[in-house]
Design a protein around this ligand. Structure first.
Ligand SMILES: NC(=O)C1=CN([C@@H]2O[C@H](COP(=O)(O)OP(=O)(O)OC[C@H]3O[C@@H](n4cnc5c(N)ncnc54)[C@H](OP(=O)(O)O)[C@@H]3O)[C@@H](O)[C@H]2O)[C@@H](O)CC1
Ligand SMILES: Nc1ncnc2c1ncn2[C@@H]1O[C@H](COP(=O)(O)OP(=O)(O)O)[C@@H](O)[C@H]1O
Ligand SMILES: [K+]
Length: 465
C-alpha cells in the first residue's frame, strides 16, 4: 500500500524543503515532530513488547533518539543500539536528551520490535559489510520492524539496493515520499509505506497515483459524446479485442474494431469496420467524431502493420501506441512523434521502452521524463512500478498493483482503458487509466486471465463517482 496522491521528492529536494523551514524554526523542533510520528506508529504495533531502536550517525539517527525517548516515556521497554557517535548538531542534541544507555549495534540483542534509524536520505554509498548482516539479522529476528523514512541501505533517488535488509514490516516516509518508496527494490524492501506530515511543505510535480474523480454521463449524453474509440486489429486479433473490450467497459460510448476480416469473438456491442490497408484506415480516420485511436496490441510487424501505423500517426487524432507499434517505431519513435500535433500516449513495457529510448539513463522516473520530453508525448512506462511522465515534467507513479497482472494481455486492457478515458475527455487520462486498471486487477483477485479484467472496470469506475 502506497499513500495515494502523495508528493514524491528526491533527497536534494527534501533537504531544500527542510532548509527553508529551518530558517524560521529550530531544526530540533522538526526532528521532535519526526521522532514523535515514529513513536506513534511504533507504539500502535508494539503492544507492550520490548523495542530495540537502532540509531545511525546522522539525522535519521536523531529521529531514532527522539522516538526512543518518547516511547520510553510512554512506558515501553526500549533499548538503543548505535552504529557510532552522533555526527550532526541535531542528532547530538537528541542523543543528549536520551537518559538511558546506548549500546553498540554490533552487540545488539534482537527484540520483538525493531526501529531502523541507521540511515535515511543521507545514505551516500553501499552499507559497510559489517552493518548489512547485523541489520538483516535484527530485522529477521523481530516480529515487527519499522524503518524511519527509508530502510537503511536503499538509495533514496533510485530505489537501488545498497545493502537494505529484507522483511521490514513498514516504512514511515517523513514529509514526502521519495523515489525509493515506489521504485525498483524499494517495492520489496519498504513493506507497507506510511507517510507522516512533519510540517515541511513540499512542492513537487511528482506524485503517487491517486483515485480519479469521474463523473457519470450527463443527462443529455449520447454514445458519441461519451467517446468514440477505434482499435486497430492486426496479426493477433485477440489483443485488439482485449483492448476494445476494455475501452467499452472503461466507459467509451462507441467502440469500433478496425479489422481486415471478420475474425469473430468479442462483445456483440463491438462495431466492426472493414479496414484492409493503411489507405483504408487513413480514410476512416477522417471521421471527426473519433476521440481516441489505439494501435499496437497484436498489430504484427509486417508491411500491412507498418501501413496501419503510418495512417494512425498521420491522422490528426488522439493516439495510443502500444506493443508492436512501439517496436516498429523503435529508435525513430521520437522523430516520428515530435511531428504530431494531436496528443499521443505511449504504453511501453521496459523492453519496448529500451528499444525506443536506448540513450535514456538513470532511474526509471528520470528515463521516463527524458523520453516524454524528447518525443513530446505522455509515456506510461509499465511494470511493477509504472511511471507516467508528461512533456511538462509531471510524474505519477503507480506501484504495488496486484502482481497477478503479470499475465499476457493485461497491457492490452490498459491501452483500451486509457483510450476510453482519452475519448471521454479526461484531462488526467493516463493517471485515471492506471488507477482503474490496478483497481480492476485487485477486484479480479488471484490468477485472473486478462479476459476477466475488463469485467471489473465498471466496479472500479463506480468507486470514482
Ligand atoms: N535535516 C533534518 O533536521 C531532518 C532530517 N530528517 C531525518 O534525517 C534524515 C537525513 O539525515 P542526514 O542527511 O543526516 O543523513 P542520514 O540518512 O542520517 O545519514 C547520514 C550519515 O550516514 C553516513 N553514511 C552515509 N552512508 C553511509 C554508509 N553506507 N555507511 C556508513 N555511513 C554512512 C554519513 O556519513 P558521510 O557520508 O558524511 O561520511 C552521515 O554521517 C532523513 O532521512 C530523516 O530521517 C527528519 O528528522 C526531519 C528533520
Ligand atoms: N509484478 C507486477 N506488479 C504489478 N503490475 C504488473 C506486474 N507485472 C506486470 N504488471 C502490469 O501488467 C501489465 C502488463 O503489460 P504488458 O507487459 O504490455 O503485457 P501484454 O503485452 O501481454 O498485454 C502492465 O500494466 C504492467 O504494469
Ligand atoms: K532508516
Amino acid at each position: 500500500m502506497i499513500p495515494p496522491g502523495a508528493p514524491i521528492v528526491t533527497a536534494a529536494q527534501m533537504r531544500a524543503a527542510e532548509e527553508a523551514v529551518f530558517r524560521r524554526e529550530p531544526q530540533e523542533d522538526v526532528m521532535e515532530r519526526a521522532g514523535a510520528a515514529v513513536a506513534r506508529e511504533v507504539s500502535r504495533f508494539a503492544q507492550g513488547a520490548p523495542i530495540l531502536v537502532l540509531a545511525g550517525p546522522g539525522n535519521n539517527g536523531g529521529d531514532a533518539y527522539v522516538a526512543a525517548r518518547l516511547l520510553k516515556a510512554a512506558g515501553h521497554d526500549v533499548a538503543i543500539a548505535a552504529s557510532g557517535e552522533p555526527g550532526t548538531g541535531a542528532a547530538r542534541a537528541m542523543h543528549g536528551r536520551w537518559d538511558g544507555e546506548v549500546g553498540s549495534l554490533y552487540q545488539a540483542r534482537p527484540r520483538p520490535v525493531l526501529v531502523d534509524g541507521l540511515f535515511g536520505t543521507g545514505l551516500s554509498r553501499p552499507l559497510e559489510r559489517g552493518i548489512a548482516p547485523v541489520l538483516a539479522e535484527l530485522v529477521a529476528a523481530s516480529r515487527f520492524s519499522l524503518a524511519i523514512d527509508l530502510p537503511s541501505g536503499l538509495a533514496t533517488d533510485t530505489g537501488a539496493d545498497l545493502g537494505a535488509p529484507r522483511g521490514i514490516s513498514a516504512t514511515l516516509a517523513l514529509g514526502a515520499l521519495k523515489p525509493a518508496h515506489v521504485l525498483d527494490k524499494g517495492l520489496e524492501r519498504c513493506g507497507h509505506v506510511l507517510l507522516a506530515d512533519i510540517g515541511i511543505p513540499v512542492e513537487s510535480q511528482w506524485r503517487s497515483v491517486a483515485r480519479p474523480q469521474l463523473a457519470p454521463p450527463g443527462a443529455r449524453a449520447h454514445k458519441y459524446s461519451r467517446g468514440l474509440v477505434v482499435v486497430v486489429e492486426g496479426d493477433m486479433p485477440g489483443a485488439a479485442r482485449l483492448a476494445a473490450h476494455a475501452a467499452m467497459a472503461g466507459g467509451a460510448g462507441y467502440t469500433v474494431l478496425a479489422s481486415a476480416g471478420d475474425t469473430g469473438g468479442g462483445p456483440d456491442a463491438l462495431v466492426r469496420q472493414r479496414i484492409a490497408s493503411g489507405d483504408d484506415l487513413a480514410d476512416f480516420l477522417t471521421e471527426t467524431r473519433i476521440g481516441a485511436v489505439v494501435v499496437g496490441p497484436g498489430l504484427g510487424r509486417d508491411r500491412r502493420a507498418e501501413g496501419l501505423l503510418k495512417a494512425a500517426l498521420n491522422a490528426n487524432l488522439p493516439l495510443i501506441l502500444d506493443g508492436d507499434a512501439l517496436t516498429l517505431l523503435g529508435k525513430s519513435a521520437a522523430a516520428w512523434l515530435q511531428r504530431r500535433t494531436a496528443a499521443t500516449w505511449l504504453t511501453p513495457h521496459s523492453g519496448e521502452f529500451d528499444r525506443m529510448f536506448e540513450g535514456a539513463e538513470g532511474d526509471k522516473i528520470t528515463r521516463t521524463l527524458m523520453a516524454a520530453a524528447e518525443a513530446r508525448v505522455t509515456v506510461i512506462h509499465k511494470g511493477a512500478d509504472t511511471v507516467i511522465a508528461t512533456p511538462r515534467g509531471e510524474v505519477r507513479v503507480l506501484s504495488r498493483a496486484s502482481s497477478w497482472l503479470s499475465t499476457a494481455g493485461t497491457g492490452d486492457v490498459l491501452a483500451g482503458t486509457l483510450a476510453a478515458q482519452v475519448a471521454g475527455g479526461n484531462k488526467q487520462a493516463a493517471e485515471a487509466a492506471a488507477w482503474l486498471h490496478a483497481r480492476a486487477a485487485a477486484l479480479a483477485g488471484p490468477a485472473f486471465i486478462a479476459d476477466a479484467l475488463p469485467m471489473h472496470l465498471p466496479q472500479a469506475i463506480s468507486e470514482c463517482l
